[in-house]
Ligand binder design. Sequence first.
Ligand code: ADP
Ligand code: MG
Length: 282
Amino acid sequence: MTNPPTNPPMIDLREATKKYDDGPPALAGVTLSVAAGECLAVLGHSGSGKSTLLNLIAGLDRPTSGSVTVDGTRVDQLGEAGSAKYRRGSIGMIFQFFNLLDDLTVLDNVLIPAQLAGMGKGEARRRAAELLGSLDIDRHAKAYPQRLSGGQRQRVAVARALMNRPALLLADEPTGALDSHSAADVRRLLLDLNGEGQTILLVTHDVELAATTAHRTIELVDGAVARDVVNAGTTMNTNTNTNTGTAIGAARGDASRAGYGNAATTTGSATTTFTGPSGAVL
Ligand code: ADP
Ligand code: MG
């Protein structure tokens, strides 16, 4: 029997440390590898370094020491222009509060990344139409974001994030401002995207969201990886691609990720284990 194919790393951090002027480091020697096609959840209390980690991976900030490599690019060595280009081409970001521009229509919000990347107008409109359709928000294309529900706004934000077919989707508390129905909707969306091969890094306080969406969960404590566990019952799509957004919503049962409760602590000296939705709340 042969081993299953191993995907190359999409994210590779080596001893990444971020220090601000005073106080302990925001990130303290993080070594982390995330495979292409993986969905990694990052849990941790407020102030544990989650946003710092995202910012280093997105090239929005540089480590004080150590390296950050994403999709083969040494992100920590990019200059300002290179970093902006990298973000436009390789990174899609979604946030707790959507970060949409309220004086632009849904369609114009979704077109922004394409315009910044210099995509041709026709191609950009085709891509936007495809995304709005597959995310089921096409009927709102001409509406302004404030007229939409939170769940719909997050769908617009996801469409915008996927516009340039990013290698990596970074999500910072994407369900944090949503009611439970919309949160479940966004969770299914992330599952669908990941099922198509989209690599996702998901920062969340929601242990259930982590356990039911991600292949693997890490916990940051004081800027260090305190736990790194594989979520039970998850399988990874080894057929990775960055051409997501064309078939979102394809039938995909949630059963494959229904295994709450994580197994197999792989690193760290866990004093407690993740116990799923009824257990630790971070
Ligand atoms: P989280 O996202 O997990 O809440 P952050 O990554 O935002 O945590 O912050 C980690 C630590 O770094 C915190 O102690 C925070 O106060 C500190 N920190 C973050 N950004 C800055 C900054 N620009 N200047 C000084 N300290 C910062
Ligand atoms: Mg944060």
